[in-house]
Design a protein around this ligand. Sequence first.
Ligand SMILES: Cc1ncc(COP(=O)(O)O)c(C=O)c1O
Length: 440
Amino acid sequence: MSEESIRANHTAYNMQSWSKQKGLNPVVVEKAEGIYLWDPSGKRYTDMSSQLVNMNLGHGNKAIVEAIKAQADRYCYISPSYASEPRGELAKLLVSLLPDTFGKIFFTNAGADANENAIKIARMFTGRNKVLSRYRSYHGSSFGAGNLTGEPRRYALEPGIPGFIHFFDPYVYREPVNFASDKEAVDYYIHKLREQVLYENPPTIAAIVLETVTGSNGVLIPPEGYIQGVRKICDEFGIMMICDEVMMGFGRTGKMFAFEHWGVKPDLISFAKGVTCGYIQLGGVAVSSKIAAYFDDRLLSCGLTYSGHPLACAAGIAGVTYLIENKLLDNVQERGAELKQILNGFKEQYKVVGDVRAIGLMSAVELVRDKKTKEPVVSYGQDPEGTMKKINGELVKRGFMTYTHENMILVAPPLIITKDQLAEELSKLGEALAVVDSWY
Ligand SMILES: Cc1ncc(COP(=O)(O)O)c(C=O)c1O
């Protein structure tokens, strides 16, 4: 098919996520390999967001493709009530990577339904109803996960579900006060959260759900002690701690799971994206042995036709094994340190860069009109002049593909990126930032 026909079908018949449908002009992808994509004219683009921060192993990973083919030759689907080798093997592999308190996995189709089921399981286990989550969070767009979500992608679901309560994030850069230390910040945030828990009547709260490191809402890396503080509140009141590791899990931050940075053991973990790197969609909820045992004699009232789809599980085993065998966490830590250093340089160099935050190969560049006032280049939830689209255009022009959120550019390349590739791409980002600098 011609490039024009492919684009015409896309715009005429397909409804594109999170977009006004008129005037779309998507890049047509002809092929993809490693960290690169090509359009039909042969122009090369670099995938600096790993698509939606899911293609952690990049495009065309042979181990995953071969595993899917081999499983497809055996059988493609079998219902969740049959024992299937890839389903059981992947569950066993994942439990082996989790803290020793973890027992079982409930597989889902993706991240949103992983969170839906995590809440459901926490509610059944505790017999409580309320769930607390943060404003600057994205947990998926289905009804329950969309209500957990705090940012504007929640608004279309309002009025919200009763008992879904939001609290503020440790967004240190945007506080009206300057904390003298991480400890001072943590004392403040944990005090406020504990206060809110008390006001909400603790025996009614089933779970606190949080992205261990906030992803698309600005890569908010919790100050040292924060995650431990949330754990302590959960322990004090018998509340389940649910870590949403959909974006950060499977190596993105330099550890297999982000909560490992702070030595805590959550009660439930939702995951998706990096488990199969998007080769086939898959998500899941990991639960502690205690929660798993609760359902030994009680009905697990959760179900999905495709829970533990054999093709997806085969992809998951191959992808996670590849990540481990190729020691990619080392690469994430090494490249991550370079990424952080270069972005910090941009913060010094460009007046439009208000803040940068990076952990492993997950980072955000926060753009402001004025470094002193921290006025963002676009207001919260609004961009009537298409400023961020224009800024993204400067990146696309240079073949640097990523996405922006509010006033931030997210940079999250595949975990296989090399030192030279990273340096080459970040120099393109620097060029684009220099152009944006000249606008203000
Ligand atoms: C932290 C987090 N949780 C949940 C989701 C929802 O996952 P999905 O789009 O696979 O439903 C996302 C998607 O970006 C996410 O980043």
